[in-house]
Design a protein around this ligand. Structure first.
Ligand SMILES: [Zn+2]
Length: 60
């Protein structure tokens, strides 16, 4: 995703993306219907998670 990714742990530049699923969906407090997927960007070499991103921030 990010062409400028550099892992702060091992220095690898191979970024990978994943999606947290199931109960890892992010909910607006008190509004269980309002939720969004949570996307993670992590190092393809050592697995260090570089960032989390809310897929649909406009829902909040
Ligand atoms: Zn790494």
């Amino acid at each position: 995703m990010s062409e400028f990714f550099t892992c702060e742990k091992c220095g690898s530049t191979e970024a990978k993306n994943g999606q947290l699923s199931g109960y890892a969906n992010l909910h607006k407090p008190g509004f269980n219907i309002t939720s969004s997927k949570l996307l993670a960007t992590f190092c393809g070499s050592c697995g260090h998670v570089e960032s989390f991103k809310v897929d649909r921030p406009e829902r909040f």
